[in-house]
Design a protein around this ligand. Sequence first.
Ligand code: ATP
Length: 511
Amino acid sequence: MAESNSADLMDKIVSLCKRRGFIFQSSEIYGGINGFWDYGPLGVELRKNIRDCWWNDMVRRRDDVVGLESSIIMHPKVWEASGHVGGFTDPMVDCKVSKQRFRADQIFFSTVIVDGKNVGYVTVLESERIAEELQEKAETFKRKKAIQGKLEPIQPRDFTEAKAEEIPLIPSPATGEPGSLTPPRAFNMMFETYVGALRDESAVAYLRPETAQGMFVDFKAVLDTGRVKIPFGIAQVGKSFRNEITPRNFIFRSREFEQMEMEYFIADDDDWAKWHRYWIDWCREWLISVGIFAESLSEYDHPKEKLAFYSKGTTDLMFKYPFGVQELWGIAARGDYDLTQHAKASGQPMEYFDDVKKKRYVPHVIEPAVGVDRILLAILCSAYVEDQAPDEKGKMETRTVLKLHPRIAPIKVAVFPLLKNKPELVKKAQEVRDLLRPYMTVFYDEASAIGRRYRRQDEVGTPFGVTIDFDTLGEKGPELADTVTLRERDTMKQERVKISDLLGILLPRVR
Ligand code: ATP
């Protein structure tokens, strides 16, 4: 993030995404719809590259992982067996005055204690500075009420921890006044729909809230046809839907998003902790390979007492987003819970016969689950840089550049004729474009001054620029004929290379 590691980095990224066609608010001409986003021309490419990199590394380059694409709407019994119908809930709180809704675990409050006496409560919404903001609010509260004495340090709790008698005293984050917040109640996040012509209870179905259940439900089908042997994984990339109470932080928490999940099945007596560690390390390395800063990543082990009863351990890879350190990738050791649940509910055995161990068992599973959109945002946060570069006249100006890893950059190379009104230059530039296009995404641009064209490509993260000038045409002598200027985005260094060498130079650098 370099020089731009500031509170307004997020605003800059959102604005760049809109300005340059990465991400738009969905249905914007109708005022937008909260929690839904559209990916524009460059966003689609970036997203596809992330997905393709993951698929190549996770599935195609491994012998032990196979792919799957299951349907988004599945039999409703899938979601009963998985526990989602009963328990896929977030605690929701209403503010009766403002009519706003909050997730209880995103409201933080503290008692204000002066000289050992509880004199009131202060509230903030989840942010990077919960403790500081609560402390500031407590000081303001004390000053406004003209309370004398020593203010004790605040003790943040989230609203799920509020005692019944405290709830009427805690100010609403919407109004700042106490008395309007309801006690938290469970809100199921699955989107419902109806399948078929009837609109009654029997026709209710759900948009999947995760892709993972497809791998469990199809476990037997893959086992019987896929020539797989334990340990092995089934991977899937696809849309998931969650009716989040408070979608926010741009694409970080949306109601429609894309997941890349993999279920890695191991023997019932295998060392699950070893495999868990293996996948945490794999995920971390993979994130770094697509351009995410290692220093921005950390691990969070879910405390034992907060784990579901079947879970052996869950570790989240956390990323330092501008709005705080948040979950990027969850790696969970889920035991044999999911397969056993589906075996019970469907009456179909979900066992594996291990011909090495000569026994039959229900495999255990390690699940690395990540959202494409959260990776994309982490990549943008890692890549966004403002540096100094000379303008046309040599005067230094601020340059915005996305230092995207060439593997995932939406455009790999931009091709520029120096002038657009010289047919020989244009013709040559188009030949270079056509030479490179079968191998990589190429953007051909002949509009405006060359410096402006470089800046436009820097801003969207294009790692290389190729300029065709009069030297290319041999006007300065035959030794420079059919050579071009190759410019590198990050260093802005330019070198003269032969057109016939271009592909050989670029290909290894963009793959
Ligand atoms: P959170 O606690 O942030 O709601 P979660 O623990 O519910 O996330 P999982 O159910 O483990 O998330 O989903 C796996 C991954 O899917 C997450 O690590 C995240 O990358 C992604 N993901 C989950 N919910 C969303 C969402 N609403 N928008 C975008 N990505 C999401």
